[in-house]
Design a protein around this ligand. Structure first.
Ligand SMILES: [Zn+2]
Length: 226
């Protein structure tokens, strides 16, 4: 099992090829240009020992400050790549940890959003109901006045009730901020319905059920713990 170390041409990070799998290590643009794409190879020889090999005669590699072509090393040795002495970090050989992120708090975000939406819409509905009640009473008043003029007093009473209810309905609607509340609820949801890791909006997941079916963030690829 030979590991090839070099410089990633795109990201200019340290490139590590191990078992045919390529990955990068370190910050972007952290590896100088005098480190080539295939700079050294590392071959484990057991008991924490490795053979480091300079892969190209144009490459320069130092072990503890001395230029080498091939040398037996251990992880306490200092390997530097290129004339700018880029220090090779042995941690680059560690398997990257698979990071997971807990998405269960998003369930509360979703439930809260849904519940608020239901509450606001229920209130809107009852306001609509209150708007139609006075009409009923005033129709009843008119009906009584029409068919039984002798009980006009009752007809007037119904019309009076209709008027009071009309005023009450008007008052309720004047106190009603439901359109604003719906908007605020949506805005709060949009703000919190984001990947806990990269903060990218998760609008592509239109419900907690759909989100729960996903294994990882489609943007930062962090695995989801459910
Ligand atoms: Zn993400």
């Amino acid at each position: 099992m030979e590991i090839i170390i070099g410089r990633n041409q795109q990201t200019r990070q340290l490139n590590v090829v191990k078992d045919g799998a390529e990955r990068v290590y370190g910050q972007p643009n952290s590896v100088p240009t005098d480190v080539s794409r295939h700079h050294i190879s590392l071959q484990p020889t057991g008991a924490g020992k490795w053979i480091v090999k300079n892969l190209n005669e144009l490459n320069v590699t130092f072990v503890n400050g001395i230029a080498i072509e091939s040398k037996s090393v251990s992880e306490s040795d200092k390997i530097e790549l290129g004339n700018s002495h880029y220090l090779f970090n042995w941690d680059a050989l560690q398997e990257p940890k698979v990071e997971t992120i807990d998405i269960r708090p998003l369930k509360a975000v979703w439930d809260n959003y849904q519940q608020n939406e239901i509450n606001i819409r229920d209130r809107q509905k009852s306001n609509g109901l209150w708007a139609s009640v006075p009409l009923g009473f005033s129709m009843l008043g008119g009906l009584i006045a029409g068919v039984a003029p002798e009980i006009r007093g009752i007809a007037l009473l119904f019309t009076g009730i209709a008027f009071v209810l009309f005023l009450y309905g008007l008052y309720r609607r004047s106190q009603d901020n439901s359109t604003l509340e719906l908007k605020a609820n949506q805005e709060e949801f949009d703000m919190k319905w984001v990947c806990p890791k990269c903060k990218h909006p998760l609008t592509c997941f239109r419900s907690i059920t759909i989100l729960s079916q996903s294994d990882a963030c489609p943007f930062c690829k962090t695995k989801y713990k459910k």
